[in-house]
Write a protein of this length. Sequence first.
Length: 309
Amino acid sequence: MPAWLKFVLLGALLGVLLVLGGPVLRVLTGGKLFGRQFAAPPLNGRAAFNVLIIGLDQPDKLHPEMGRRSDSLILAHVDLPTEMVTGISIPRDTRVQLPDKPGWTKVNSSYLDGGPRGTMAAIHAITGVPIDYYVVVDTSSTKSLVDSVGGVQVDVDKRMRYDDEWQNLHIDLQPGVQWLNGDQAVGFVRFRHDATGDIARMHRQQVFIRAIAARLMAAENLPRLPRILPELRRQVNTNMEDTDMLFLARQFRTAPSTHLEFHTLTGENRAIRGVDYFLPYGDKMRERILQIFPGTAIPDEGNVDTVRG
């Protein structure tokens, strides 16, 4: 896949193709992209589709040969006629039963067992949502990416302080609107010591997505794109075709950023047999899924452990 197409793909996987794809590709291709004709209908002729965005966790430094789990999961619906992208974040610790696997586990282990398609199968089993595409992002180079665009501006929601020598993770952030460098941004998105567990962390990830999107499109960063691209190339894996990416870039080149909506499953954190899990509120989960994915045949809740809320 050409390097510039991978840049567009990163935009899609972050859920911000609508604000990144068109302008960036226009710069990289000298404005010659959008008159292209396609030999076959892109996206198999779909007017709307569902995509699972998978962010990977950090590699195990002591055992690099071990497989990796998903660190963040966003199930998104893309509607081409309205140019809307709506997504729901699914906490990594959600307690589920994986297809063809005995017992209960965390949903993030589905990537360890079956890669992106195994994760697609797991999310489909608990939501009933048919998933057309996956996009996997390896966030291990987040630090370099942030530094390459000159930092990001975010509103840090609380005092964050945490040290982990084994992971070489040191977080020391004051609350308030501020510019973060690469190390600080990694701490911002990885901080997990909240009363609400992963819910707050997923919100911060969404804040970061918007912040990095804004920096990528900042006027001063357009000349830096040749240096930024290598950081993006290392992060992307998908089952979309190149022509699909070209089409999406053209489709969303003028869509406003307000056409991106994020939601998060709500529920409770519980320790079960010494393991910390996230248990969604069953009724609210069904309501949210039907809101974003109308007409979904939601399965019974046997594949996901829920509570009343």
